[in-house]
Design a protein around this ligand. Structure first.
Ligand SMILES: [Zn+2]
Length: 794
């Protein structure tokens, strides 16, 4: 199906404007198909022609202004409409297919009780999979939805759902919406309803999650109310969409989607087991982020996808700002350690792009550029822009050449990551910047003594080298001590050698985040030996004050540092053992029942090869004071045991029989793929590459389990098969799942020159799907970096 181009969208918006959608769905037609009848009223240039977007299972009948249109003219997802009048009405009757990939109208059967749950995801271009439409963001219209479904179902959508008969519901939006925001959530969902400041609030989840939702709902609703108050205060415009529902839905690809009045959220955020502060903080920020979109994105929408960054950078920034204002969490620390790291990784890749104005030629290209740059870099730049806006403009004006346009040019319209570094000579600290464009950095420069005591700190605007006189020679100069800018911080080799003793003594959380980011970027650029990085993690993990940072760094050290940067064999085994020891120390020192303790336990489980110990913990709830082995922790242990060959297929079946939940099914899929057994790998491979019937998250879990650093001998035959077969998956599935699977299934543990050669050869095919291409470009860049590090440091 061709992706809508910007030119086509501009032409269509020049010819028509949409007055209203009236969509009728019949959800009483069985497990595969549903009825979809759409009536669209629209104004057009008389005599002109255009086309509708519709992806039906079967197109039955099309009437334009009272005349039949031949359904056979429908091709490639488009239905041409000729001889338009000034005012038009088109009626499209179709049978559509439910999806299992999280886009269009997704159907999930809960393995716990057999109940059926539906939700619609229209972003980015999936609306035509459930109703006929002019699918582009600037053709907004009032949207009315009528739904026939089983009488006992809950139905929610973009406006209040009004019963209009037995098993029939009607939903109308308060304002025009873009087609990509249209949604429907329907099924025997369990709901908690409340009210805040005259706004009706609802939280919803599958019936099998009812007790967990009930346990969490008071906190969620209070958080939602606080966020509403804060946005009312910030924006001065009242919440515009009537009711505010947050529906936790299964198999969701993203974290959440900002459908007006009805946010859909991945239902692993209904916590069925104990969680860390990180997960709580992420949920708080997510709630604030999606709510920010009710104004920024939903009420005001970008004209074309190349300005999607406007939505996401602002929502990301506001999500953290409001999360910071209304919770006890420290979301900016999480932002620094996790989100910025995600964005830095995107910004150093060959696929990097500017925050703004990427000129997405078509909708699919826009989806590929929807990454850590759109979110984290944009938000970091906006945060810094707000904080020091007047200083910045003043400095630019004094420099004589720059204005806001200049700021936007260097920060929003130019891709790439600058480097800040410092030198000390003759009592002068000099902080310099390297980059292709004149990009100023507002930072706090600090100097530390040999015991990590802070000697000096001052604000600086780094455009040209900045010189700061100091009275004694510092042991370390921190060019961005408060983690305020978007840049790679580079320390010299001597400074890194001192880091195992310095970092444990540094108390300032944002200073530590700045150093941890520098470490990860330095390792990725083959500037820091992985063995030294491992020593730094070992020495500084236990004393890391932030639970969020602790979990993030240990996770990186296990998966990336030990998993792919260090060579295999005894070196890796030793690294895993040392990381397990560091994690065990952190968990033992933590307060019983704290999130920090859970963070340590999880990291220990991911690195330990102590099968006896893990098995004994599985059978014993008294693992550690305050730490019960609940469902999610149990699966984490089972996954580790599976990867070590200490769990077999029958064992996985037995575990699944104890946990017949959606999450249990996903974990079991991962366990099966993790088994160090050629037959299990072959079955997992077959399902990833050829099975169109598996749901998206089962596929992701299978791919995540497939490649393990300890199993390179078993998975070696599959390396070339990936490059032979992955292109074909674009014909098997559609949407997000294609690119995501291509990324997760990439042979990331085959750190060899031949893997890069095979990647290059695949990328040489012009007809490769755009999403797969982007995934191979990114994954092969990660692999190239690991290889470069191994070549340099052995
Ligand atoms: Zn968003």
């Amino acid at each position: 199906m061709p992706s809508l181009t910007q030119l086509e969208a501009q032409r269509r918006a020049g010819i028509i404007s949409v007055s209203g959608y009236d969509v009728r769905l019949d959800l009483n037609r069985g497990a595969q198909l549903f009825g979809s009848t759409t009536t669209i009223r629209f104004i057009a240039e008389p005599g002109s022609e255009t086309f509708l977007d519709v992806a039906p299972h079967e197109l039955h009948r099309v009437r334009l202004n009272g005349h039949d249109v031949d359904p056979a003219t429908h091709a490639d997802g488009r239905l041409p409409l000729h001889d338009l009048a000034a005012e038009n009405e088109v009626i499209v009757e179709a049978t559509m297919a439910y999806s299992n990939d999280g886009e269009g109208l997704h159907r999930h059967v809960d393995p716990a009780d057999g109940f059926v749950y539906l939700y619609a995801m229209s972003f980015l271009d999936a609306a035509p999979r459930w109703f006929a439409c002019f699918d582009q963001p600037d053709l907004k219209a009032p949207f009315t939805l009528t739904v026939d479904c089983p009488a006992e179902w809950t139905v929610i959508g973009n406006g209040p759902a009004v019963p209009v008969g037995a098993g029939r519901w009607r939903i109308e939006t308060a304002h025009p919406i873009a087609t990509y925001f249209a949604t429907l959530v329907a099924g025997p969902y369990h709901s908690v309803i409340a009210e805040h400041d005259g706004i009706r609030l609802g939280v919803h989840a599958r019936a099998s999650l009812a007790t967990h939702l009930d346990g969490q709902s008071a906190e969620l609703i209070e958080l939602t109310g606080r966020c509403l108050d804060e946005f009312h205060r910030l924006f001065g415009i009242r919440y515009p969409w009537g009711e505010y529902h947050q529906a936790f839905v299964p198999d969701f690809n993203a974290g959440a989607m900002e459908n007006p009045g009805c946010v859909t959220i991945r239902d692993t955020y209904v916590f069925r087991s104990r969680v860390t502060d990180l997960e709580r903080a992420q949920l708080a920020v997510l709630v604030a982020h999606e709510m920010a979109h009710m104004w920024f994105g939903d009420l005001v929408t970008m004209r074309w996808w190349d300005d999607l960054w406007l939505n996401e950078s602002f929502a990301e920034y506001l999500g953290y700002r409001v999360g910071d204002a209304v919770t006890e969490q420290q979301p900016w620390v999480e932002f620094g350690a996790r989100r910025k790291s995600w964005g830095y990784a995107a910004d150093r890749r060959p696929s990097t792009h500017p925050v703004a104005g990427n000129g997405a030629a078509d909708a699919k290209t826009a989806l590929n550029d929807f990454d850590g740059i759109s979110y984290a870099k944009g938000a970091a730049v906006l945060r810094y822009g707000n904080a020091t806006f007047a200083d910045l403009i003043g400095a630019w004006t004094a420099a004589g050449a720059h204005d806001m346009q200049g700021w936007a040019d260097v920060w929003l319209r130019t891709a790439g990551l600058d480097t800040l570094s410092a030198t000390v000579e003759d009592g002068i600290v000099q902080v310099s910047r390297t980059s292709a464009v004149a990009r100023p950095h507002a930072v706090s420069v600090a100097t530390l003594d040999a015991h990590a005591g802070e000697l000096h700190r001052e604000p600086a605007l780094i455009l040209d080298p900045v010189r700061i006189p100091v009275t004694s020679v510092p042991a370390l100069v921190l060019p961005d001590a408060a983690d305020e800018t978007w840049a790679k911080i580079s320390f010299d080799a001597d400074a890194w050698q001192r880091m195992p003793t310095l970092l444990p003594s540094i108390k300032d959380q944002l200073t530590r985040v700045s150093i941890w980011n520098a470490l990860r970027l330095g390792v990725a650029d083959a500037e820091i030996a992985p063995s030294l990085a491992l020593r730094i993690v070992e020495s500084a993990a236990e004393g890391e004050p932030s639970e969020v940072v602790l979990g993030t760094i240990l996770g990186w050290a296990v998966d990336t540092l030990a998993g792919v940067y260090l060579p295999g064999g005894s070196v890796r085994a030793d690294a895993f053992a040392r990381l397990a020891a560091a994690a065990r120390q952190a968990m033992t020192a933590a307060t019983p029942a704290s999130g920090r303790q859970l963070t340590g336990v999880r990291a220990f489980v991911s690195a330990s090869d102590d099968v006896e110990l893990l098995r004994s913990w599985l059978g014993d709830d008294a693992l550690l004071p305050g730490m019960a082995v609940d469902d999610e922790l149990r699966w984490a242990m089972l996954e580790r045991l599976a990867s070590l060959g200490a769990l077999d297929s029958a064992g996985i079946d037995r575990e699944l029989a104890h946990d017949r939940s959606t999450q249990g099914t996903v974990h079991a899929a991962k366990c099966r793929a993790l088994l160090p057994d050629p037959e299990a790998k072959a079955v997992a491979w077959q399902s990833m590459l050829t099975d169109a019937g598996r749901s998206n998250h089962e596929l992701y879990a299978t791919a995540e389990g497939f490649w393990r650093p300890e199993q390179t001998a078993i998975t070696a035959p599959f390396v070339s098969r990936y490059f032979e077969r992955i292109a074909g998956t674009a014909g098997l599935r559609s949407g997000w799942v294609v690119a995501r699977l291509a990324l997760l299934a990439y042979p990331r543990t085959a750190v060899e020159r031949t893997t890069l050669d095979l990647s290059e050869a695949l990328l040489g095919h012009d007809d490769l799907d755009g999403g797969i291409r982007r995934s191979v470009v990114d994954a092969s860049d990660d692999l190239r970096r690991a290889l470069a590090s191994r070549e340099r440091f052995g």
